[in-house]
Design a protein around this ligand. Structure first.
Ligand SMILES: Nc1ncnc2c1ncn2[C@@H]1O[C@H](COP(=O)(O)OP(=O)(O)OP(=O)(O)O)[C@@H](O)[C@H]1O
Length: 235
């Protein structure tokens, strides 16, 4: 399994924001992680990527326990956080070279990988600009480029298209589809068409609990729209 979550819980004060969830993703699956605001999606993703400690449970990425073996687990993950933090004073290429060095990449192989992700993410026209000068969509592409840089086998993308216009949404989806071809992808979104366009499977959480885990085809077979299913399970 590329991602394995078992009885995972996160307690903030008196709130069980993540309340004993279990799910797994096989190699190569693209899975949509849905849930209303505050359901616990970002918290789960932060635990998987090692940014937060869980209160209970086990989380494994590429077979590595994210708590006990954090370094190999992190090396196999590309993460785009919800509020994609970037150094706005850096130039695009400079930022990607800098990020690559943080992953231990260097020299000609770093240079050529940066060029590769710039093409993959459609950043050629913007690569000489400062990140602060870029539109929101292009900043998001820089965040995605950074997450792909070390060629991780697992991508964890927290609302990668939020706040983008319809053209940018389509373009970012294409990037995820292309880059995700040989990877396992877990991504959160509030856009149902995005799930229809990209996913093999849908996990829905509500109030910290998994309320649906099924293939898109199984959901289609119910005869209800994804939006109807989402509303029924989460309201
Ligand atoms: N650092 C924190 N301290 C206390 N409570 C927190 C903290 N981070 C998140 N929470 C709470 O945990 C719950 C789950 O939050 P989380 O951000 O994981 O939800 P989400 O599903 O990603 O929501 P959204 O769709 O709005 O991004 C929320 O009620 C939130 O207020």
């Amino acid at each position: 399994m590329s991602i394995e979550v078992t009885n995972l819980a996160k307690v903030y004060g008196s709130q069980r924001a993540v309340d004993g969830i279990s799910f797994s993703l096989k190699k190569g699956e693209i899975v949509g992680f849905l849930g209303p605001n505050g359901a616990g999606k970002s918290t789960t993703m932060k635990i998987l990527t090692g940014y937060l400690k869980a209160t209970e449970g086990i989380a494994k990425v590429s077979g590595f326990d994210v708590f006990k073996e954090p370094m190999p687990a992190r090396r196999s993950i590309g993460y785009l956080p919800e509020h994609n933090p970037l150094y706005t004073d850096m130039y695009v290429t400079e930022f990607l070279l800098f990020s690559g060095k943080l992953y231990g990449m260097k020299g000609a192989s770093l240079q050529s990988r940066v060029e590769e992700v710039i093409v993959l993410c459609g950043l050629e026209t913007e690569k000489r600009k400062k990140i602060g000068q870029l539109s929101k969509g292009y900043r998001q592409r820089v965040g995605l480029a950074q997450s792909f840089l070390h060629n991780p086998s697992v991508l964890i993308l927290d609302e990668p298209t939020t706040g983008l216009d319809p053209n940018q949404i389509q373009e970012i989806r294409d990037v995820i589809r292309t880059a995700g071809k040989d990877k396992t992808v877990l991504f959160s979104t509030h856009i149902m068409q995005e799930v229809e366009a990209l996913c093999d499977r849908v996990i829905i959480i509500n109030k910290g609990k998994v309320v649906n885990d099924s293939s898109l085809q199984e959901l289609r077979n119910t005869g209800n729209s994804l939006e109807e299913i989402f509303r029924r399970l989460t309201s």
